[in-house]
Design a protein around this ligand. Structure first.
Ligand code: SF4
Ligand code: SF4
Length: 318
């Protein structure tokens, strides 16, 4: 698979990475051996870039996948919390659970505004300290927000930007409003032009755009400034197809089989706004006692209408 430099970080990554959120407890919840085997398969097929996070609880899969092998993938992890101590704890936890002295990239996870960035200054300062000690090689942020990506593009201490972008603009935010793919693409280019490494998330809109597979992948892959696209895989054949897609051998009329797909709500992200509840044409969503959305699978049509209205991209298709 084609390798790209990740901005000025000195790291080189494959043009597709494996976002391992899909195999963990909040999504497919694969048995440890099965999830590790899937990661190992991706590595054997040439993918060298793995995305995880403290919140995903997927470190054991990666550790097991790498055990006894000579693979040395670039690993990115992230922390949702804001204080110096919380970030320190997150980095040390990753080092211990991954059995690695060095974590290649560590990020502030899902920065939502400039104020959020300011409130997490302690955590960011910790990233800088760990970078100066050589324990992490690059620091940065992940975000769904255009306004945050624009700020990151100008911040000399940010090495890496992990933004949400897809060809329908699903889930892109700009302040309190929806953002556009065009504005995010401009922020990505600005970040890359100033030397930041940029890799993209939610290229298939959490699975909602799978029916437009080729269009969706090509749109993000070909954007100026993108070094890699992070894909969530649950099956070996999904890894095979993306590799064929990137190598130009995938049949032009390929459409993923969506018959086993289902809509899933990530309870960790749901903010209880009820937008999905009102959008569902089949009354297949209800709010639980904690005020979070749930799906009634017996009447869900898997139409995907609910996903685009979720302001935090908590609704995905697996
Ligand atoms: S996929 Fe369609 S039917 Fe299912 S919960 Fe979403 S909007 Fe409702
Ligand atoms: S639209 Fe998203 S945040 Fe709002 S209730 Fe539904 S899942 Fe939760």
């Amino acid at each position: 698979m084609k390798m790209n430099p990740l901005g000025s970080t000195g790291l080189t990554v494959t043009e597709v990475g494996f976002g391992v959120l899909t195999i963990g407890g909040t999504q497919l919840n694969l048995p440890l051996a099965e999830g590790a085997s899937l990661i190992r398969y991706a590595l054997e097929r040439g993918i060298n870039f793995l995305d995880t996070a403290q919140y995903y609880r997927t470190y054991p899969y990666i550790r097991r996948a790498l055990k006894g092998t000579s693979f040395t993938p670039v690993i990115v992890s992230k922390c949702l919390y804001g204080s110096y101590g919380q970030m320190q704890e997150a980095i040390e936890e990753a080092r211990k659970e991954l059995d690695r002295d060095i974590i290649d990239i560590f990020l502030l996870h899902e920065v939502r505004s400039d104020m959020d960035m300011e409130q997490r200054a302690g955590a960011f300062s910790c990233l800088q300290d760990y970078k100066s000690k050589g324990i992490i090689k690059a620091a940065g942020i992940s975000t769904h927000h255009v306004d945050v990506a624009c700020i990151a593009a100008k911040n000399p201490y940010i090495d890496v930007l992990f933004p949400l972008i897809n060809y329908k603009g699903l889930g892109i935010r700009n302040g309190k409003d929806p953002g556009t793919r065009e504005s995010m693409a401009l922020a990505i280019k600005a970040a890359a032009d100033s030397g930041k490494g940029v890799f993209a998330m939610k290229v298939l809109g959490g699975g909602i755009l799978s029916a437009d597979y080729r269009t969706a992948i090509e749109y993000v892959r070909d954007l100026p400034g993108i070094s890699s696209i992070m894909m969530g895989f649950g099956y070996k054949h999904e890894i095979d197809r993306i590799i064929e897609m990137m190598e130009g051998t995938l049949p032009l009329d390929y459409k993923p089989d969506l018959s086993s797909k289902r809509i899933f709500i990530d309870q960790g992200d749901c903010e209880g706004c009820e937008a999905c509840l009102h959008r569902c044409p089949n009354k297949a969503i209800y709010m639980n006692e904690k005020g979070q959305a749930n799906i009634r699978y017996d009447i869900c049509l898997t139409c995907g209408y609910c996903a685009p209205v979720c302001p935090v991209r908590a609704i995905i298709m697996l």
